[in-house]
Design a protein around this ligand. Structure first.
Ligand SMILES: [Fe+2]
Ligand SMILES: [Fe+2]
Length: 267
């Protein structure tokens, strides 16, 4: 392991633990012998999670026509994967909302929604995990955001004035959020796909899972505060086979959809 990453992670007294419900949910979905009822049991044990799941399933995001008032009914409509996504988003909110970067939660949900939207509507193949890869891609930032406040601020200034975030982090930390995130993912024993996306979302052609990494790369660019289409590397998104003729319209659609989830989960 890169020595700097190791030091950085060691220096933080409280490395956030992966919430237990997330580990359970990931394991249940991975196990072909498991049933949706097991996911339902996780939700039923947690009142806040139950309420948020029902609020979300009744929101315009999912667009079901009838009012859904029970968890079993909600889950039968959502299916295993979407239920797992909700559990992950709700359970990891505190982690993504702490530290100096108050925007990370919003950015993570927005990227998740964008990945899901593009994979469903523009037909990116085989992307069941679209939401979760978009949500988790910048997890390394949760660690960097716990470092020296002044440095974090300095990096933000560099990025706001047009510098590449990876270069800026490398200058100040001698590592960056993709390396730190990949190490955290390894410690947490996250599935290979998630680790790959965390590590390569700024450089998808280096990944052994380039489609998913390119999808996150593209959405990450589209949902930045200021859209700079010229910074989207065409070579990096070639494998997605999508026509990007109106990126600002796509961006608008993603932001509007994300706002529904952000509003539902805002407290
Ligand atoms: Fe990133
Ligand atoms: Fe990002």
């Amino acid at each position: 392991m890169n020595e700097t990453v190791e030091k950085l992670i060691k220096n933080i007294k409280d490395i956030p633990a992966m919430p237990n419900v997330v580990i359970k949910a990931l394991n249940i979905v991975k196990d072909p012998a498991s049933s949706i009822k097991e996911l339902g049991d996780i939700i039923a044990c947690d009142q806040a999670l139950s309420i948020k799941t029902l609020n979300l399933v009744n929101s315009a995001y999912y667009g079901f026509s009838q009012q859904i008032s029970s968890i079993p009914r909600a889950l039968s409509l959502l299916g295993m994967n979407k239920t797992k996504n909700i559990i992950i988003a709700v359970a990891m909110k505190p982690m993504f909302s702490s530290g100096t970067n108050k925007n990370l939660w919003k950015h993570s949900i927005t990227t998740a929604v964008g990945c899901e939207f593009i994979s469903e509507h523009l037909g990116i193949r085989d992307c069941e995990e679209a939401f979760v890869i978009g949500f988790i891609h910048d997890i390394g930032k949760t660690i960097l955001n716990m470092q020296d406040k002044e440095i974090v601020e300095k990096i933000k200034e560099y990025v706001d004035s047009g510098s590449d975030i990876i270069e800026a982090e490398d200058v100040f930390f001698n590592t960056n959020h993709t390396e730190v995130g990949a190490e955290l993912a390894r410690k947490w024993q996250l599935p290979l796909l998630l680790t790959n996306v965390i590590k390569y979302h700024h450089n998808p052609i280096m990944s052994s899972m380039p489609v998913e990494c390119s999808l996150v790369y593209l959405v990450d660019k589209l949902v930045q505060d200021n859209l700079h289409t010229e910074t989207i590397n065409k070579e990096f998104i070639e494998n997605l086979n999508i026509k990007l003729d109106k990126p600002e319209v796509l961006r608008e659609g993603i932001l509007n959809k994300a706002k529904i989830i952000l509003d539902e989960l805002s407290n």
